[in-house]
Design a binder for this molecule. Structure first.
Ligand SMILES: N[C@@H](CCC(=O)N[C@@H](CS)C(=O)NCC(=O)O)C(=O)O
Length: 105
């Protein structure tokens, strides 16, 4: 179920953030991406906080991305990591071109 849920959310030209409401890194990741004004419908924030299967989802995220912390951020089907990694992409100047490559910007 967790696997199905996560995979159903990912799409080639979409940015997806799996987060939790009490997580400051999640809010910073969402703010950073919202500031870039991605194409409508190409950014989705998924709040895992109130889901009964949150642990299963995080276990599955660990399995496919190497970490179960939130945020877990996907560009298409590729996980770019968490907020620190997103911020590093911004600072290095790679972020916008990666978003353009997947068709989200
Ligand atoms: N360096 C990571 C830090 C992420 C992190 O520490 N997230 C916390 C929440 S703010 C977390 O996942 N804690 C465990 C949990 O909520 O299951 C990032 O930038 O994404």
């Amino acid at each position: 179920m967790a696997q199905q849920f996560v995979n159903s959310k990912l799409a080639p030209n979409k940015v997806v953030i799996f987060g939790k409401s009490g997580c400051p890194f999640c809010h910073r990741a969402l703010d950073l991406l919202e500031e870039l004004h991605l194409k409508p419908g190409h950014l989705e924030y998924i709040d895992l906080s109130n889901r009964s299967d949150v642990a299963d989802i995080q276990d599955y995220l660990l399995q496919i991305t190497g970490a179960r912390t939130v945020p877990r951020i996907f560009f298409g089907h590729t996980c770019i990591g968490g907020f620190t990694d997103l911020d590093a992409l911004k600072r290095s100047g790679e972020l916008e071109s990666l978003l353009k490559q997947i068709g989200a910007l």
